[in-house]
Design a binder for this molecule. Structure first.
Ligand SMILES: *Cc1c(COP(=O)(O)O)cnc(C)c1O
Length: 462
């Protein structure tokens, strides 16, 4: 019987004009490379990786239009034309008034935190991000998690796991007072929750509440376009809206933003601080010259600012996001067919495998997610990363945190890999799943003091 069509496919709204050749390695070569890297995928040489799903940060493929713009970069120290082009794009597509370029997202976080946070302040947010929280703490603030409980549960299929729990925010305001809260930090498509969106409805409630209390909203807009795609797919009243319009609406409900252009904006480096308040902008202009560079280049080249201006526009195209998130979903569906335990709903930037359920015979102290990431690399040369007990680190008493989520992240770079690559990835995870009972855990043999997941070394348990 002929098959009937039940669903129309997405496809990439681009074609290839140049390719980068990859090295294909043998299993003995990968076993040696993994041993030499201390069973930590961060310590592999990228050259030895076949399909690199370590991160979606700075790993984007630029378009011919971006490369063309790159060549027009104006490298003037002051007043570069490229700065004004980037500023114009940010004002037009995001709607923020004033723009300070920075070398990447954390540069903007640093400057903003130094300006707005006083010692003893509290900064509520919809889950933390590593660099964001660090800069809040370095400025003397304390981060408070106000995300909905569903975000911490890998089995919850709640469609807006990035939402703020208004009761948690209200309780904080009651407890410490609005004057101790310089701003609420709202991430779109929350990274640490697995790329999960916040709804417009929730943002509006938040806006109303914070305005009543005179509290600003600062937007971590690193993945705003991916969030807008989920709103278009899931939020009632937005089915027909354009991603570009949804993004503009999200931004209009906030007072300013920090951005890592290395994600959504389709470039390899760069970021910015955008703000509507002139006084904050003036202070930021003072600080940027000390930490980043003059306020018309902020630590990036003119050519990078040109590529960002074009990348912003391309990132807001409906067909781009449909293919981007479509590819992530394709990988997720494929892995589900093989019975692999995953976090759902699928996120915008990657698939998160539940390593506790994958390797139930390993205790969390035998590093199931770290082990699984190493095994997948050895099987196929696919590089993923641990998000579990190693990433969580130790508390101030020196004890290991034992986080609920013990995950391996398969992060998909934008516009880089094909559907056939995704097949190879899913099949590799399935092969490792088939022999999961034989897999032994790891022991840590070297532990760095800070952010240990980057440089820790491990050995196989006998
Ligand atoms: C990557 C990221 C940042 C920091 O940006 P960098 O460009 O890496 O400095 C901040 N917030 C979120 C949500 C991110 O994913």
């Amino acid at each position: 019987m002929a098959k009937t069509i039940t669903k129309r496919s997405w496809a990439e709204p681009y074609r290839m004009k140049m390719v980068e050749l990859l090295k294909v390695t043998t299993k003995p070569q990968r076993m040696k490379a993994m041993r030499d890297a201390g069973y930590n995928t961060f310590l592999l040489h990228a050259e030895d990786v076949y399909i690199d799903l370590l991160t979606d940060s700075g790993t984007n493929a630029m378009s011919d239009q971006q490369w063309a713009a790159f060549m027009t970069g104006d490298e003037a120290y002051a007043g570069s034309k490229s700065y004004y082009n980037m500023e114009k794009a940010i004002q037009k597509y995001y709607g923020y008034r004033y723009v300070i370029p920075t070398h990447q997202g954390r540069g903007a976080e640093h400057i903003l935190s130094q300006i707005l946070i006083k010692k003893g302040d509290y900064i509520p947010g919809n889950m933390y991000f590593t660099t964001t929280r660090l800069h809040q703490e370095m400025a003397g603030g304390t981060f408070v998690d106000i995300i909905v409980d569903e975000a911490h549960d890998p089995n919850s299929e709640f469609p807006f796991k990035g939402n703020v729990d208004m009761n948690k925010l209200e309780a904080l305001v009651k407890k410490v007072g609005a004057e101790k809260i310089p701003y609420v930090c709202i991430a779109t498509n929350v990274n640490m929750a697995g790329g999960q969106p916040i709804s417009i409805k929730n943002l509006r409630e938040l806006r109303e509440f914070t305005q009543k209390h005179g509290i600003r909203i600062i937007h971590d807009m690193t993945r705003v376009a991916e969030n807008a795609f989920f709103i278009q797919q899931r939020e009632s009243g937005y089915e027909k809206a354009k991603i570009a319009d949804i993004v503009k609406e999200i931004c209009s409900l906030t007072d300013g933003a920090t951005m890592s252009s290395k994600k959504d904006a389709l470039v390899n480096i760069g970021g910015f601080l955008a703000i509507n308040d002139w006084e904050i902008y003036e202070e930021a202009r003072n600080l940027v010259v000390a930490y980043e560079g003059l306020h018309t280049y902020g630590g990036i080249a003119g050519r990078d600012m040109e590529a960002i201006a074009v990348g912003i526009k391309e990132s807001l195209s409906d067909s781009h996001q449909k293919a981007r998130v479509g590819q992530v979903e394709y990988l997720g569906e494929k892995m589900l067919e093989y019975g692999i335990p995953l976090v759902k709903p699928f996120g915008g930037h990657g698939i998160f495998v539940d390593a506790k359920a994958f390797l139930p015979h390993l205790s969390q102290d035998e590093f199931p997610a770290q082990t699984l990431a190493a095994e997948i690399y050895i099987d196929s040369g696919v590089r993923t990363m641990e998000r579990g007990i190693v990433s969580a680190g130790r508390n101030s008493k020196g004890e290991n945190y034992h986080p609920n989520l013990e995950l391996v992240r398969f992060t998909i770079p934008r516009r880089v890999y094909t559907q056939a690559h995704m097949d190879v990835v899913a099949e590799s995870a399935a092969m490792v799943y088939e022999r999961r009972n034989k897999i032994k855990g790891l022991k840590m043999v070297y532990e760095p003091k800070f952010l240990r997941f980057f440089q820790a070394r491990f050995d196989k348990l006998k």
